[in-house]
Design a protein around this ligand. Structure first.
Ligand code: ADE
Length: 246
Protein backbone atom coordinates (compact mmCIF):
# COMPACT_ATOMS: atom_id res chain seq x y z
CA UNK A 1 0.00 0.00 0.00
CA UNK A 2 1.04 3.57 -0.65
CA UNK A 3 -0.02 6.51 1.57
CA UNK A 4 0.50 10.00 0.18
CA UNK A 5 0.17 12.95 2.55
CA UNK A 6 -0.13 16.50 1.19
CA UNK A 7 0.65 19.26 3.71
CA UNK A 8 2.24 22.68 4.15
CA UNK A 9 4.38 21.22 6.97
CA UNK A 10 6.21 18.26 5.41
CA UNK A 11 8.96 18.11 8.07
CA UNK A 12 6.35 17.88 10.81
CA UNK A 13 4.50 15.03 9.14
CA UNK A 14 7.68 13.17 8.08
CA UNK A 15 8.18 11.69 11.55
CA UNK A 16 5.17 9.39 10.98
CA UNK A 17 7.34 7.22 8.69
CA UNK A 18 10.49 7.31 10.78
CA UNK A 19 9.71 5.49 14.02
CA UNK A 20 8.55 2.18 15.43
CA UNK A 21 6.73 -0.50 13.46
CA UNK A 22 5.67 1.96 10.75
CA UNK A 23 9.29 3.10 10.29
CA UNK A 24 10.35 -0.54 10.02
CA UNK A 25 7.60 -1.33 7.48
CA UNK A 26 8.68 1.63 5.32
CA UNK A 27 12.31 0.44 5.51
CA UNK A 28 11.26 -3.09 4.53
CA UNK A 29 9.14 -1.71 1.68
CA UNK A 30 5.99 -3.35 3.02
CA UNK A 31 4.50 0.14 2.99
CA UNK A 32 5.27 3.37 1.15
CA UNK A 33 4.63 6.76 2.69
CA UNK A 34 5.25 9.80 0.51
CA UNK A 35 4.92 13.35 1.76
CA UNK A 36 4.11 16.19 -0.62
CA UNK A 37 4.48 19.88 0.08
CA UNK A 38 1.49 21.92 -1.18
CA UNK A 39 3.89 24.82 -1.82
CA UNK A 40 5.70 22.72 -4.46
CA UNK A 41 2.39 22.72 -6.33
CA UNK A 42 1.99 26.50 -6.54
CA UNK A 43 3.09 28.58 -9.52
CA UNK A 44 3.68 32.02 -8.01
CA UNK A 45 6.95 33.44 -6.67
CA UNK A 46 5.79 33.41 -3.04
CA UNK A 47 4.31 29.87 -3.18
CA UNK A 48 1.03 31.09 -1.74
CA UNK A 49 -1.43 28.38 -0.65
CA UNK A 50 -4.17 30.49 1.01
CA UNK A 51 -6.26 33.57 0.38
CA UNK A 52 -8.98 35.72 1.96
CA UNK A 53 -12.49 34.25 2.10
CA UNK A 54 -15.06 35.51 -0.40
CA UNK A 55 -17.85 37.18 1.58
CA UNK A 56 -15.47 38.27 4.33
CA UNK A 57 -14.98 36.84 7.78
CA UNK A 58 -11.97 35.82 9.86
CA UNK A 59 -9.02 33.71 8.78
CA UNK A 60 -7.73 32.44 5.49
CA UNK A 61 -8.96 29.72 3.17
CA UNK A 62 -6.73 27.18 1.41
CA UNK A 63 -6.77 27.77 -2.33
CA UNK A 64 -8.06 24.98 -4.58
CA UNK A 65 -5.26 24.94 -7.19
CA UNK A 66 -2.54 23.18 -5.13
CA UNK A 67 -5.03 20.42 -4.18
CA UNK A 68 -5.96 19.75 -7.82
CA UNK A 69 -2.30 19.83 -8.88
CA UNK A 70 -1.29 17.36 -6.14
CA UNK A 71 -4.22 15.13 -7.15
CA UNK A 72 -3.29 15.20 -10.85
CA UNK A 73 0.39 14.61 -10.09
CA UNK A 74 -0.35 11.58 -7.88
CA UNK A 75 -2.93 10.02 -10.19
CA UNK A 76 -0.63 10.40 -13.21
CA UNK A 77 2.24 8.85 -11.24
CA UNK A 78 0.36 6.04 -9.45
CA UNK A 79 -3.04 5.56 -11.10
CA UNK A 80 -6.25 5.22 -9.07
CA UNK A 81 -6.39 7.16 -5.80
CA UNK A 82 -8.69 7.19 -2.81
CA UNK A 83 -8.70 10.70 -1.38
CA UNK A 84 -9.27 11.80 2.20
CA UNK A 85 -9.50 15.36 3.54
CA UNK A 86 -8.90 15.88 7.27
CA UNK A 87 -11.55 18.16 8.69
CA UNK A 88 -13.49 18.64 11.93
CA UNK A 89 -16.62 18.45 9.71
CA UNK A 90 -15.77 14.94 8.51
CA UNK A 91 -17.25 11.62 9.57
CA UNK A 92 -15.63 10.09 12.63
CA UNK A 93 -12.47 8.08 11.97
CA UNK A 94 -12.38 4.71 13.74
CA UNK A 95 -10.96 1.21 13.38
CA UNK A 96 -13.54 0.09 10.83
CA UNK A 97 -12.85 3.13 8.60
CA UNK A 98 -9.11 2.42 9.01
CA UNK A 99 -9.55 -1.21 8.03
CA UNK A 100 -11.40 -0.33 4.84
CA UNK A 101 -8.84 2.37 3.95
CA UNK A 102 -6.03 -0.17 4.40
CA UNK A 103 -7.45 -2.04 1.40
CA UNK A 104 -6.81 0.88 -0.97
CA UNK A 105 -3.77 0.72 -3.19
CA UNK A 106 -3.07 4.48 -3.10
CA UNK A 107 -4.47 6.60 -0.29
CA UNK A 108 -4.00 10.35 -0.64
CA UNK A 109 -4.56 12.38 2.54
CA UNK A 110 -4.98 16.14 2.22
CA UNK A 111 -4.18 18.04 5.42
CA UNK A 112 -6.60 20.94 5.82
CA UNK A 113 -5.38 24.18 7.45
CA UNK A 114 -6.38 27.72 8.34
CA UNK A 115 -10.10 28.42 8.62
CA UNK A 116 -10.95 25.92 5.93
CA UNK A 117 -10.43 24.63 2.44
CA UNK A 118 -12.09 25.97 -0.72
CA UNK A 119 -15.31 23.97 -1.14
CA UNK A 120 -14.51 23.08 -4.75
CA UNK A 121 -11.82 20.70 -3.46
CA UNK A 122 -14.67 18.37 -2.49
CA UNK A 123 -14.83 17.36 -6.22
CA UNK A 124 -11.61 15.35 -5.72
CA UNK A 125 -12.28 14.17 -2.14
CA UNK A 126 -13.82 10.74 -1.52
CA UNK A 127 -14.11 11.07 2.25
CA UNK A 128 -13.79 13.84 4.85
CA UNK A 129 -12.52 12.47 8.14
CA UNK A 130 -12.47 13.89 11.66
CA UNK A 131 -10.44 12.22 14.39
CA UNK A 132 -12.64 13.59 17.18
CA UNK A 133 -14.93 16.35 18.37
CA UNK A 134 -12.30 19.02 18.89
CA UNK A 135 -10.54 21.46 16.61
CA UNK A 136 -6.85 20.96 15.87
CA UNK A 137 -4.85 23.88 14.51
CA UNK A 138 -4.44 21.88 11.35
CA UNK A 139 -5.00 18.52 9.76
CA UNK A 140 -1.40 17.31 10.11
CA UNK A 141 -1.87 15.52 13.44
CA UNK A 142 -5.10 14.01 12.13
CA UNK A 143 -3.34 12.79 8.96
CA UNK A 144 -0.59 11.25 11.09
CA UNK A 145 -3.15 9.46 13.26
CA UNK A 146 -4.98 8.17 10.17
CA UNK A 147 -1.72 7.08 8.53
CA UNK A 148 -0.56 5.24 11.66
CA UNK A 149 -3.84 3.42 12.31
CA UNK A 150 -4.39 2.48 8.65
CA UNK A 151 -0.80 1.20 8.36
CA UNK A 152 -1.34 -1.19 11.26
CA UNK A 153 -4.00 -2.99 9.19
CA UNK A 154 -1.66 -3.46 6.21
CA UNK A 155 -0.49 -7.09 6.15
CA UNK A 156 3.04 -7.64 7.54
CA UNK A 157 3.25 -4.18 9.21
CA UNK A 158 2.27 -5.53 12.63
CA UNK A 159 1.98 -9.17 13.72
CA UNK A 160 -1.55 -10.21 12.80
CA UNK A 161 -2.15 -11.65 16.26
CA UNK A 162 -1.41 -8.34 17.99
CA UNK A 163 -3.72 -6.40 15.63
CA UNK A 164 -6.51 -8.82 16.56
CA UNK A 165 -5.81 -8.44 20.23
CA UNK A 166 -5.62 -4.65 20.08
CA UNK A 167 -8.25 -2.63 21.88
CA UNK A 168 -11.40 -2.07 19.85
CA UNK A 169 -10.49 -4.55 17.11
CA UNK A 170 -13.42 -6.57 18.34
CA UNK A 171 -14.99 -3.82 20.45
CA UNK A 172 -13.32 -5.21 23.52
CA UNK A 173 -10.68 -3.33 25.51
CA UNK A 174 -7.25 -4.86 25.94
CA UNK A 175 -6.35 -6.86 29.07
CA UNK A 176 -3.59 -5.61 31.45
CA UNK A 177 0.03 -6.42 30.58
CA UNK A 178 2.96 -7.14 32.90
CA UNK A 179 6.68 -7.76 32.49
CA UNK A 180 9.55 -8.36 34.93
CA UNK A 181 10.07 -7.91 37.82
CA UNK A 182 7.36 -10.17 39.25
CA UNK A 183 7.40 -8.07 42.43
CA UNK A 184 7.95 -4.32 41.99
CA UNK A 185 7.99 -2.44 45.30
CA UNK A 186 5.45 -4.88 46.69
CA UNK A 187 3.17 -4.65 43.63
CA UNK A 188 2.89 -8.22 42.44
CA UNK A 189 2.13 -9.64 38.99
CA UNK A 190 -1.09 -11.74 39.16
CA UNK A 191 -0.04 -15.25 40.08
CA UNK A 192 -1.99 -16.88 37.27
CA UNK A 193 0.38 -15.28 34.72
CA UNK A 194 3.32 -17.07 36.36
CA UNK A 195 1.53 -20.44 36.45
CA UNK A 196 2.43 -21.60 32.93
CA UNK A 197 -1.17 -22.83 32.50
CA UNK A 198 -1.92 -21.33 29.08
CA UNK A 199 -5.60 -22.24 29.02
CA UNK A 200 -6.17 -20.54 32.37
CA UNK A 201 -4.12 -17.53 31.28
CA UNK A 202 -6.34 -17.13 28.19
CA UNK A 203 -9.46 -17.32 30.39
CA UNK A 204 -8.01 -14.75 32.80
CA UNK A 205 -7.10 -12.37 29.94
CA UNK A 206 -10.51 -12.66 28.32
CA UNK A 207 -12.17 -12.08 31.70
CA UNK A 208 -9.97 -9.01 32.34
CA UNK A 209 -10.85 -7.61 28.90
CA UNK A 210 -14.55 -8.07 29.62
CA UNK A 211 -14.21 -6.54 33.09
CA UNK A 212 -12.41 -3.47 31.74
CA UNK A 213 -14.91 -3.06 28.94
CA UNK A 214 -17.86 -3.30 31.34
CA UNK A 215 -16.33 -0.74 33.70
CA UNK A 216 -14.85 1.74 31.25
CA UNK A 217 -17.04 1.33 28.17
CA UNK A 218 -20.44 0.01 29.26
CA UNK A 219 -21.81 1.20 25.88
CA UNK A 220 -19.65 -1.44 24.15
CA UNK A 221 -20.26 -4.12 26.77
CA UNK A 222 -24.05 -3.85 26.53
CA UNK A 223 -24.01 -4.28 22.72
CA UNK A 224 -21.70 -7.27 22.84
CA UNK A 225 -22.55 -10.71 21.45
CA UNK A 226 -20.40 -12.92 23.67
CA UNK A 227 -18.31 -15.66 22.06
CA UNK A 228 -18.14 -19.13 23.64
CA UNK A 229 -14.69 -18.28 25.12
CA UNK A 230 -16.11 -15.05 26.57
CA UNK A 231 -19.05 -16.85 28.18
CA UNK A 232 -16.62 -19.35 29.69
CA UNK A 233 -14.43 -16.48 30.95
CA UNK A 234 -17.40 -14.69 32.52
CA UNK A 235 -18.49 -17.84 34.38
CA UNK A 236 -14.89 -18.40 35.49
CA UNK A 237 -14.67 -14.78 36.70
CA UNK A 238 -17.92 -15.05 38.68
CA UNK A 239 -16.65 -18.30 40.29
CA UNK A 240 -13.35 -16.59 41.20
CA UNK A 241 -15.24 -13.67 42.76
CA UNK A 242 -17.44 -16.07 44.74
CA UNK A 243 -14.43 -18.13 45.95
CA UNK A 244 -12.60 -14.96 47.03
CA UNK A 245 -15.67 -13.70 48.89
CA UNK A 246 -16.08 -16.92 50.86
N1 ADE B 1 -8.64 19.56 11.56
C1 ADE B 1 -8.95 20.30 12.64
N2 ADE B 1 -9.55 19.57 13.59
C2 ADE B 1 -9.64 18.30 13.10
C3 ADE B 1 -10.17 17.08 13.60
N3 ADE B 1 -10.75 17.02 14.79
N4 ADE B 1 -10.09 16.00 12.83
C4 ADE B 1 -9.53 16.07 11.60
N5 ADE B 1 -9.01 17.19 11.07
C5 ADE B 1 -9.06 18.31 11.81
Amino acid sequence: MRILIATIFPEFVASVREYGVIGQAVKNEVLQIEILNFRDFTEDKHRVVDDYPYGGGPGMVMKPEPFFRVYNYCSEKYGGLFTVLTSPQGIRFDNSVAKSLSQKENLLIFCGRYEGVDERVSKIVDLELSIGDYVLSGGELAAMVICDVVSRFVPKVVEEESVKRDSFYSDLLDYPHYTRPADFNGMKVPEILLSGDHEKIELYRTAESLKRTALRRPDLFIKRQFSEQEKKALIWLIRELKDNAE
